[in-house]
Ligand binder design. Structure first.
Ligand code: ADP
Ligand code: ADP
Length: 236
């Protein structure tokens, strides 16, 4: 479902033009099978978030190719990429909801961007809020919702276009342990029920243990190890 080949990402140096570039992700390869929950772990600054954002080309790779669902995203035109991205949902640590829009409008926004007409948009958005158990909060603004509820709205938005892949960047870092667990259950259900392939960046070992089939460990921009979590001998 996802295949990154020799991708790297360098940023211009902030020490002036003559200084060497900064390498956030070194040539790394990553393969995620359809229906897997794949974890990316490592210390802060290891390049996890950059690697995740390379998958939907939020970061354009400096080298390498990014295949998702059979297409090399690096070869697509802007318009083709826009369409391909509909099948890749994303959620973030800080939820990234629009604060001046209600829960319903936040979900509708993703459908609007995908060119869905107003009537179908509202129906689908309500359906997605129902999936995440927040039908009764449709008219609430983000400020009126708890952290866990905000993340559920973000998930509803990410699911609106029936994605094949869901990218999660530290989705539970801002949540308390109880809310974290209910969110993890929920992600697992999405994975099981709709076979959505999930890639999740986290530094929490419990998240890995509960959710992941396979884990890539990152250090200094490299994937230094991959662990098969279904192997009973692996102790993360
Ligand atoms: P992690 O998610 O593991 O904490 P990141 O992928 O966020 O790591 O960052 C990896 C490295 O790349 C860090 O040293 C970070 O400072 C650097 N970095 C990330 N984004 C940028 C950027 N836009 N410009 C310059 N450096 C960046
Ligand atoms: P059924 O319940 O008839 O087996 P599904 O479980 O496939 O049908 O879908 C039920 C609802 O879930 C539909 O509204 C569908 O749009 C929605 N759905 C299906 N796949 C996804 C997905 N990947 N993300 C979000 N919603 C989905």
């Amino acid at each position: 479902m996802i295949h990154l080949q020799n991708v790297s990402k360098t940023y211009p140096s902030n020490q002036g033009k003559s200084a060497p570039e900064f390498i956030a992700v070194q040539p790394s390869s990553l393969q995620v099978e359809q229906g897997q929950v794949y974890g990316i772990v490592g210390f802060s600054g290891a390049g996890k978030s950059t690697l995740l954002r390379l998958i939907n080309l939020l970061e354009v790779p400096t080298t390498g190719s990014v295949h998702v669902d059979g297409q090399d995203l690096t070869m697509l035109s802007q318009e083709e990429l826009r369409i391909a991205r509909r099948s890749i949902g994303m959620i973030f640590q800080n939820f990234n909801l629009l604060s001046n829009k209600t829960a319903l409008q936040n979900v509708e926004f993703a459908l609007d961007v995908a060119g869905i007409d107003a009537a179908s948009r509202k129906k689908r958005a309500l359906e997605c809020l129902d999936i995440v158990g927040l039908s009764d909060k449709a008219g609430h603004y983000p400020a009126q919702l708890s952290g866990g509820q905000k993340q559920r709205v973000a998930i509803a938005r990410a699911l609106a276009n029936n994605p094949k892949v869901l990218l999660c960047d530290e989705p539970t870092s801002a949540l308390d342990p109880h809310t974290t667990l209910s969110l993890l259950k929920f992600l697992k259900e999405i994975n099981r029920k709709w076979k959505v392939t999930i890639v999740i960046v986290t530094h929490e070992i419990n998240v890995v243990k509960y959710l992941c089939d396979e884990v890539a460990v990152m250090e200094n921009g490299h994937i230094i190890e991959t662990l098969d979590m279904r192997d009973p001998h692996v102790q993360p």
